[in-house]
Design a protein around this ligand. Structure first.
Ligand SMILES: Cc1cc2nc3c(=O)[nH]c(=O)nc-3n(C[C@H](O)[C@H](O)[C@H](O)COP(=O)(O)OP(=O)(O)OC[C@H]3O[C@@H](n4cnc5c(N)ncnc54)[C@H](O)[C@@H]3O)c2cc1C
Length: 598
């Protein structure tokens, strides 16, 4: 079975030494009282919950899966899941970063994000049951009426009820404008919803007494396409005026999907059979509310792959130290043994360091993004709120797609470290690979993320947001540009920053003449942008490590950081050169291929 040690030291390093989050947090009145010790202590306890309660259920949950009862439409989660959920609620974990106004503890979002990283490492499929609730909570908090907030938010922040997002239909996945589910207005102001949703995560389960579905549907007079989609709250059980549960609503599970990974998380077919719902926000403006949920979920999905990358790395490293095969190319190292540990082999180190560099770079980006979200909502200065929101909008597709693509490569590489044993179920590695694969698909496929980044977020505003990130790099270059020790980290990102400006203008020009040029370059572009962002954070992490070492700190943690930073810039970052080259080959090699694809 896989083991897991919460990476608390690295979380503390990123929060307190690299990003200095306390200064930013204390500048916001809602967090003026928070201190680093509280954050560290909460995460220490959160790590115990993940490693002691959730990890032991990971393989058993995957093997057992969820069961569906056709007669009652009920779903049973694997053994131990219900008890773990009760422990999660009793421990107050659901309320961590929810607003005190709605029963939450009001802790910074970064605490919840780090806690979720650890839960994702321990058991991604389990963590999805409470995980989706946060996005639904955020959508209702932003767009719900006072009555809706009063009816739902307390129970969702306490974890008593969970939430879902119901978008996908059999004929409508990426293209939500094709949606058919109908919502008919009733005289009492409510709506009756009819239709079929598929692939709904946590769409039915036995963990809570109620499930709050956020459903997209069309009103009878709705304009065609995405501009005619509205958002509704459709609870599994109707909620009485006093908050108690009322009648069973006409929304139920019609069956479960049998899938490659996250087997212990329910993926439900959902039938709406005249289900009672209430409108969230304005008619035909449903995507506004749903986007709050989708953006939260996109960050959450990046965090899922971060968790899997970390746990896969930890297990592969431990294995590489124990497993002995062949001798080192430079002569025997473990002379008391018949062979050397496989850690002596350069390529085994490459696979391990790739996972480590992706995990630690991803963690820095996740924490930075959580702080942007926090500032967007809570910073007293309007200009900071606006700037944070714009930067986060650009980084969100990178978090979602770059971290999940990396997670797939990293978990697969870590499986490879185990050789044939990685392919065998009992070690847990093959599950990490299977679980990581969905993260590249749901919440908008990674292709769609790349189109969002290049088409909307970058070219859509003539590269203005990219320039905002460029300013961060500029500040670092100004600080460290003359420091020879930092040159190996600063020069590559400064150069890539300059190349990207030209590269982006070039793609914008080509895309203006032929939109397929954007579609053909977008995936490569997102990876280049991902490395620009990771490169920036790796340079900042190296900066802190170098300063500590120069000050005489002998903690091997800093040496490890520097070594990993060097590996990242030597072995991973240079793929940007190839990616820009392939992006520049244009759309013709893809689109002028009718004979090849006949
Ligand atoms: C396990 C699981 C859990 C899920 N959970 C939920 C959930 O909780 N709620 C929910 O609503 N949905 C959920 N989904 C659905 C998921 O979000 C969709 O599967 C996803 O958005 C893709 O839609 P699709 O499967 O219909 O693929 P399609 O939209 O048919 O796409 C097929 C392929 O075409 C590509 N493509 C489509 N359009 C374009 C384009 N314009 N340019 C380039 N490429 C394009 C896609 O990238 C993809 O590779 C889940 C799915 C799974 C498998």
């Amino acid at each position: 079975m896989a083991t897991y040690t919460p990476p608390l030291r690295d979380m503390q390093f990123i929060m307190h030494e690299v990003l200095n989050v306390m200064a930013d947090l204390q500048a916001m009145p809602v967090h003026a009282e928070i201190d680093a010790d509280t954050i560290n202590a909460v995460l220490e306890e959160g790590g115990k919950f993940a490693s002691e309660v959730l990890l032991p259920l990971n393989i058993s949950g995957d093997t057992e899966g969820c069961t569906y009862d056709t007669a009652s439409h009920a779903v049973t989660t694997p053994a131990g899941y219900k008890e773990a959920y009760a422990q999660y609620v009793d421990g107050g974990w659901a309320a961590l970063s929810c607003e005190p106004e709605f029963g939450g503890q009001g802790l910074p979002l970064i605490v919840n994000q780090c806690f979720y990283e650890m839960m994702n490492s321990a058991n991604q499929a389990w963590a999805m049951y409470p995980g989706l609730t946060h996005g639904a909570y955020a959508a209702l908090e932003t767009h719900g009426t006072p009555e809706q907030k009063a009816a739902y938010l307390h129970k969702m922040s306490s974890g008593e009820w969970t939430g879902t997002m119901c978008l996908t239909e059999p004929h409508c996945g990426t293209d939500l404008g094709l949606m058919r589910t109908k919502a008919e207005p009733q005289v009492d102001g409510s709506y009756k919803l009819t239709g079929n949703k598929i692939f709904i995560s946590a769409g039915e389960h036995d963990l809570t007494s109620n499930i709050i579905h956020l459903v997209l549907a069309r009103l009878p007079d709705a304009p065609p396409g995405i501009k005619g989609v509205s958002l509704f709250i459709v609870p599994k059980f109707l909620v009485n005026a006093d908050g108690s549960l009322g009648a069973r609503n006409g929304i139920y599970c019609g069956g479960l999907e049998h899938k490659m990974g996250i087997k212990s998380n329910v993926t439900a077919q959902i039938v709406l059979d005249g289900a009672v719902g209430t409108l969230v926000g304005q008619p035909n403006k449903g995507m506004q509310g749903m986007f709050v949920m989708m953006n939260a979920a996109r960050l959450g999905v990046g965090n899922q792959s971060l968790g899997l990358t970390e746990v896969a790395f930890q297990n592969a490293l431990a294995y590489a130290k124990e497993r002995i095969q062949m001798r080192s190319l430079t002569g025997p190292k473990a002379t008391d043994k018949p062979a050397d540990p496989i850690l002596v082999h350069p390529d085994v180190r490459r696979m391990l360091l790739t996972a480590k560099a992706y995990a630690e770079g991803g963690r820095a980006l996740m924490c930075f993004s959580s702080m942007l979200l926090e500032k967007e909502h809570h910073h007293p200065d309007e200009a900071v709120r606006k700037e944070s929101g714009e930067l986060l909008a650009m980084l969100t597709p990178i978090v979602k797609a770059f971290i999940t693509d990396n997670g797939w490569a990293a978990t697969s590489g870590c499986l490879q470290v185990f050789g044939g044993h990685g392919y065998i179920k009992e070690w847990g590695m093959e599950q990490f690979v299977r679980d990581a694969r969905i993260n590249m698909i749901y919440e908008g496929t990674n292709t769609i993320q790349s189109l969002d980044l290049l088409g909307r977020k970058i070219l859509g505003n003539n590269g203005a947001t990219l320039k905002k990130f460029g300013k961060l790099i500029g500040t670092l270059v100004a600080e460290e540009g003359v420091n020879e020790k930092m040159a190996e980290f600063i020069t590559p990102i400064a150069m890539l920053g300059e190349q990207m400006t030209k590269f982006t203008t070039e793609l914008g020009f080509k895309g203006f003449q032929n939109p397929d040029e954007v579609g053909a370059a977008a995936v490569d572009y997102l990876r280049v942008a991902g490395h620009l962002v990771f490169g920036y954070f790796w340079a900042r992490m190296a900066q802190v490590a170098l300063r500590q070492i120069a000050a005489g700190n002998t903690d091997p943690f800093y040496v490890a950081k520097l070594q990993t930073a060097r590996f990242y810039f030597a072995k991973l970052f240079p793929e940007t050169t190839t990616l820009m080259r392939t992006a520049r080959t244009g759309s013709k090699v893809l689109m002028d291929t009718d004979a090849a694809l006949a």
